[in-house]
Design a protein around this ligand. Structure first.
Ligand code: FAD
Length: 528
């Protein structure tokens, strides 16, 4: 028999297993009846810096059944019920464009339904992609098809691999179990802020690929989808280009069903879809810079004197500021404790940054995006006005530096509007050039960043200091357009085209993209 106990507080200083046992006994369960204790959730309560606590929800397996009504604050354990879907008749194969989290999990779900997914990915397999990115960092020569955004595992591979999502979905449990079965840490099943790290993600992505192949799927890397063949508002196939071939090799492949999992950076693909009249609309996104601190400063900000306690991991934060007059939010985003800032360019002649980390999160610095919300039509009324603005900012930065470096400014100097006239220490490995970011961003961005920073400075110790630097720009926080779909997961005006994940505007992060992949396959191709 299994029972559930929620909200147990244990000081980080104490022996966790022993204390949990004491709490179970306090609720009326005999020690000799406890067979196994498993965490279902663990979070941190650091509001009182002198007494930081872990807060647990646990599942306790008992050797013998007990009468739960005789126990205090103990609940029965309920199994998750899985719905058994089967494939609709007549669907044998589906093309999946993009091997990011959305595409990979869509492919996996198709396999589970007995439908063959054929996955096309413009970037390289993860091992080759790794070498290409190393060379990019060393020589500043970008491969526009294989980089931090594009390649096996998508944008999620070189990430912090934090798995938080605000999306509530029955698919979530299944996705976490799948990640663990393919090499992710078991801790993600119960940690309140689960994260994997790029080193482990690379293994997971390869294992997922192998699993999909073993279940009957197919992968084509270095294969760009140049065109989708659409006749009378219906998908008929795709035109593929083999990018490894020294001569131009293009081929039409017939498909009735194409899943579009292209992520938010495939600007050429958005344009190609627009040319065919596939319905899209502008959507809000955000622009700003990374803010980087010595890790110890953030750990101290969050944990006070306890910051070096061995039971505590590198600290995270999540900050928001609301400019009511403009109905505009400024927020920290994609925080990478103990992580590094990386160049996330995917277009020649344009540069931008993002953040990632390794599973141990033990780097010297912690970074996070600090971005300002941008409204759908803020940079113009055309469909691609927002995307073009991102592009311009990336190109402007490249032209200032002359390569795929990044611009930096100390936070105090940014607030004063003065260029930083000293070198800074940073995790960023490519060229860093000092620049007054007030002259890079339009006023709406720099003004709102400054308002938020001024506000946070008052409450968050160390957040603005001579050690805290802005490194930017960060332009690709989410897709600037939405490829709108109907309730069956299909494009509203193109039959047989299924836009999913971040690039379609239906997800923002690894887990929500994965959930969207599962969900749309069930909506479009499954029945009870
Ligand atoms: P993507 O992962 O972007 O995958 C799309 C894939 O489609 C790409 O591999 C691309 O090459 C391929 N593609 C595009 N066009 C074509 C074409 N025409 N032909 C063939 N292939 C094509 N999210 C989190 O939740 N946690 C994090 O810690 C986190 N950190 C991040 C760090 C970095 C550096 C970056 C860049 C992103 C991070 N994100 C993080 C965001 C997360 O990676 C994305 O939300 C997620 O990967 C989106 O999944 P997706 O499958 O929709 O798209």
């Amino acid at each position: 028999m299994k029972v559930v106990i929620n909200n147990i507080n244990v000081s980080i200083e104490k022996n966790q297993t022993l204390e949990l046992k004491k709490e179970i006994i306090k609720r009326g369960i005999k020690e000799e009846n406890i067979e196994k204790i498993e965490y279902s959730k663990r979070s941190i309560d650091s509001r009182k810096k002198t007494d930081i606590k872990f807060v647990y929800n646990i599942e306790v397996t008992l050797k013998n059944d007990v009468d739960i009504s005789s126990l205090t604050n103990v609940n029965p354990f309920k199994e998750n019920e899985e719905v058994n879907y089967k494939a609709k008749d007549g669907i044998e194969r589906v093309a999946v464009i993009g091997a990011g989290p959305a595409g990979l999990f869509a492919a996996l779900r198709l396999c589970e339904l007995g439908i063959k997914p054929i996955v096309y990915e413009r970037g390289e397999k993860v091992d080759d992609r790794d070498k290409t990115i190393d060379e990019f960092i060393k020589f500043s020569m970008l491969n526009p098809n294989s980089n931090i955004q594009f390649g096996e595992g998508g944008a999620g591979t070189y990430s912090d691999g934090k798995l938080n999502t605000r999306v509530k979905s029955g698919y979530m449990n299944k996705i976490f179990l799948e990640l663990v079965a393919n090499g992710a840490q078991e801790q993600i099943l119960w940690d309140y802020k689960p994260h994997v790290g790029t080193d482990v993600l690379k293994v997971v992505v390869k294992n997922l690929r192998e699993k999909i192949i073993n279940l009957g799927g197919e992968f084509h890397f270095n294969t760009l989808i140049k065109d989708v063949i659409i006749l009378d508002g219906k998908v008929k196939g795709i035109k593929i280009q083999n990018l490894k071939s020294p001569i131009l090799v293009e081929e039409n492949v017939l498909f009735d069903h194409v899943i579009l999992a292209i992520g938010h950076s495939s600007r050429d693909t958005y344009r190609m879809l627009h040319k065919h009249g596939v319905f899209m609309e502008n959507k809000p996104f955000a622009i700003g810079a990374r803010i980087e601190h010595p890790r110890v400063d953030i750990d101290t900000m969050q944990y006070g004197k306890m910051c070096s306690h061995p039971n505590l991991e590198a600290a995270t934060y999540s900050l928001t500021y609301n400019n009511r007059d403009e109905e505009r939010g400024v927020f920290s985003f994609c925080m990478c404790p103990g992580g590094v800032i990386v160049n996330a360019a995917s277009q020649e002649g344009g540069t931008l940054v993002n953040g990632m980390s390794y599973s141990q999160r033990d780097g010297r610095f912690s970074n996070s995006a600090l971005v300002v919300g941008v409204k759908a039509n803020e940079f113009g009324d055309e469909l691609f006005s927002g995307m073009e603005y991102q592009d311009q900012l990336e190109k402007k930065t490249y032209d200032i530096i002359g390569n795929y470096g990044a611009l930096y400014q100390n936070t105090l100097d940014f607030l004063k509007g003065k260029t930083t006239n000293r070198k800074i220490e940073s995790s960023y490995e490519m060229e860093l050039k000092s620049y007054d970011l007030n002259n890079l961003f339009p006023e709406v961005i720099s003004k709102n960043m400054k308002m938020a920073m001024g506000y946070w400075e008052k409450t968050q110790r160390n957040f603005i200091s001579e050690h805290a630097n802005l490194i930017g720009p960060e332009t690709r926080t989410s897709a600037p357009v939405k490829v709108t779909r109907n309730e069956f997961g299909e494009s509203v005006n193109t039959k047989g085209l299924y836009p999913i994940g971040e690039g379609a505007g239906y997800a923002g992060g690894i887990i929500s993209a994965a959930i969207d992949g599962f969900k749309v396959v069930d909506l479009a191709f499954a029945t009870l």
